[in-house]
Structure formats: structure tokens, C-alpha cells
Design a protein around this ligand. Sequence first.
Ligand code: GLA
Length: 385
Amino acid sequence: MDVVSADIERCFTQFFNRKPFMVRAPGRINLIGEHTDYNDGFVMPAAIDKELFFGISPSDDHRTILYSMKYDERFEVDLQNPKPVKEPRWANYILGVLFQFINNGYSVKPFYCAFGGDVPLGAGMSSSAAMECGFAFALNEVNGLAVPKLKMIKMAQWAEHNFVGVQCGIMDQFASVMGKEGHVILLDCRSLTHHYFPLNLQEYGIILCDTKVKHSLVDTEYNTRRQECSSGVNILTRYYPEVKSLRDVSLTMLEKHKSELPGKVFNRCLYVVQEIQRVQQAGRDLEKGDLRAFGKKMYETHEGLSRLYEVSCQELDFLVKEAGQLNEVLGARMMGGGFGGCTINLVKNDFMEAFIRHQTTAYKKAFSIDMLTYRVKVVDGVGRV
Ligand code: GLA
């Protein structure tokens, strides 16, 4: 059963014996631009109707209590000294944000908070950003703080880096906060300037196929990729002092110094430099309504993520290959950090049912797993319910 706002509100009322203030925070999809955000590149995400809901209210006994509906777990917070905990791990997303509010001098009063929702965990739809951003928004509202949105985004990202341990880029938090109904965001992760494109997919639609696997080491591998990118940058900076990140690197520069970069590092950099260019071209494809060209780039992105960046897995590769055999599918690729989670597919609307049948049957036969699919709507970023 999908947990919706009303369930959280009811649960909060039973648990804390009062009416909460309600906040919603969406997960995200990303059309194209993967692993480019922490390289100062471009991304094209959108907030979706898979959301977390937060009930929050001031407490009257000086205690601060969190309640996770999913885990049916309660956690009492030391408001004077929020620090990372071993268990429950879900509390760290919240504690990190709380730490940032306090550290930035915002005055936070004791509160009760219950949350839950239907963003699938580990499926690459960014439940963690929804958690951080939803809580930041809720905390801001309940304390009447008027924290600017960009500040909330950065505090949420900080929480992920320092209390969760993933050195993520800014895409997920940005999308969860800044999403706009019916639009995708073309975000320049260096300047943080962004444009909204109406998501006009003509007779096509987006559908996600969930592999239902999440291979271990995903967080470690993510951080390793970041290091590999920056070691590439460090080598190139010797020759090009103006290079601050892979955003400043061209294919020619990279090829010229190929022999000086360790093989893996070269491949990681090559993928990122290509992907940064690809997203910019993909934006122009979308503007022109050239979905065929856009879809082709999705396949190219997948190829790069799989062969050069090595963050795919056999389940994701399988689903993209299967999708690629169908004429009614314009594009498919793995989405998000990788090592499991979902593929994102651009599929003709009147073929959707057949597509689901085809993918589900093939996947079951190959991996004995019942694949899940999600048709998502693009919604506004975090807000009051
Ligand atoms: C995760 C991170 C994002 C981004 C993607 C890959 O979702 O949180 O910052 O790097 O992976 O594009």
C-alpha cells in the first residue's frame, strides 16, 4: 500500500496526540546528465509524484522526537548536540539537516516529527534527498525561519556528505526543492543557473523499470568515482592551470594527455566530458521536439555509464538492451547513481502496456525477479500539503 499524506497525518495524531503541519517532498527522475553534477556539468532532472510526507509540530515537553512510519521506529534527538548515529540509520538524514540549521545560527525549538511515503528506497529516485529536503522545509516552516531555498538545498547536501557519508552532487536536492509541475530542469551545476523546459513528449511517455536490486558497495563506489574524476583533473591542471573541474576539459585536451592518465581514470573522465556535451545537445533536441535524437542520446549515456564509468550492472544492462530492441522505445538508460535501481525509458504511449509485458517477462526469465514499473507525473518541488 502506498503511504499517503493522510496516513502520515493520522499516524502523527495518534502518536503525538495533536494535529501536525504537513509537508510533501518529491523524489526525482533524471532525463539525462548522470554523474555530471559533481563535475560542475549539466543535469536534467524533474521532481515526481513519488513523495515523502512529514507531519511536524512544536513539542510541549522540551523533547524532540522523530517517528519513521516505514520502520515503525521512534528516535529521541538531543537538540543541543545532533550527531551521526549507528542506528537507526534513517535518523542521520534528519540529524545532519538539524545540525546545519543549528550550526548556521537558526533557532530551532523542540518538535515532534513523523514521516513516510512512497518513494521506493534504493531505486534511484532519491528518497534520501526527499528526506533531507522535506525535513529542512518542515523545520523552516514550524520555526518560521524564512531560510532561502538554495540554502536549504545546500544544507541538505551537506547532511548527505557528512552524516550519511555519500559525497553526492547537488542534483537530487535541487530537483526535490526546485521542481516545477510539467517541467524538467536544465541545471548548470557550476553556476546553479537553471531553465525549466515544458516536458512535451508528444505521443511518448516516461516509464521507469525497477530492477529491484541494489548491489552493495554502491556508496563506496560512488565516492571512488568522485576521486577518480578529481585525480584526472589534478593531472590535467598541470598543463592547463585554468582547469578547475571536468567541465573545463575538452575531448582534445583529454586525448592529448591520455598516456599520462591511468586507464580507469581516463575512461571516467572521457565519459564525463562526453556526457556534459551530450546534455547540452539533448536540451536543444528537446527544444526542437526532436525526441528521436534525444532518445538516441539516452542510449549513448547508458553505454558510457556501463563501459567507461562502470556504474551499471547486468540487470540494468539487460533491461536497456531489451528496450533497445523495440521500435516503439526511443531511448532507455540506467538512472541515478547506478549498481541497481531503475532504468528510465521513453516509450510510445499506446505501446506502454506491451512494453511492460515485454520487459517484465524477459526480466523474470533472465533473473527470476518480478520487475516493477512506475509511470510518474512531474510535480512541483517540496511544499506544504
Ligand atoms: C546520485 C547523487 C547525485 C548524482 C547521481 C548521478 O543520485 O545523489 O548527486 O551524482 O547519483 O548522476
